[in-house]
Design a protein around this ligand. Structure first.
Ligand code: HEC
Length: 100
């Protein structure tokens, strides 16, 4: 029983160590929609555009890479995204990347 409790605690600790601890997924989605982030991705790949994150040769493979790409793409829409906004977007987009 004690072992089980320890295991559960360890699992919780892992979940909390998310790559974008300062980010909020819902806020990230709102920012994503506000800047129409998928507008180009839709032109490129069709559908709802989210295939850009899951395509087999997708570029992003780590949280720092994701942050850099978000910042770059933010520049595409003339948004000078703050570090906090990047965190929110990262937390949201991690639904596709599932980075640890
Ligand atoms: C002006 C067009 C355009 C807009 C607007 C745009 N993107 Fe992108 N995005 C791209 C292009 C082009 C790529 C692919 C880059 C490559 O393959 O080198 C890309 C790729 C990405 C990727 C990486 C996908 C992968 O391969 O893993 C992420 C993450 C991303 N965009 C996030 C965003 C976010 C967040 C926004 C809104 C702030 C946004 N994009 C707005 C053009 C755009």
């Amino acid at each position: 029983m004690k072992l089980l409790t320890t295991l559960l605690l360890l699992t919780c600790a892992t979940v909390q160590a998310a790559p974008f601890p300062e980010g909020n997924e819902q806020t990230g989605k709102a920012i994503f929609d506000k800047y129409k982030c998928n507008s180009c991705h839709i032109e490129m790949l069709g559908g709802d555009g989210s295939a850009i994150f899951t395509r087999s040769n997708h570029k992003v493979h780590s949280a720092p890479e994701l942050a850099v790409q978000i910042k770059q793409c933010g520049g595409n829409v003339g948004a000078n995204l703050s570090a906090q906004e990047v965190q929110h977007l990262g937390a949201y987009l991690n639904r596709y990347y599932k980075l640890k």
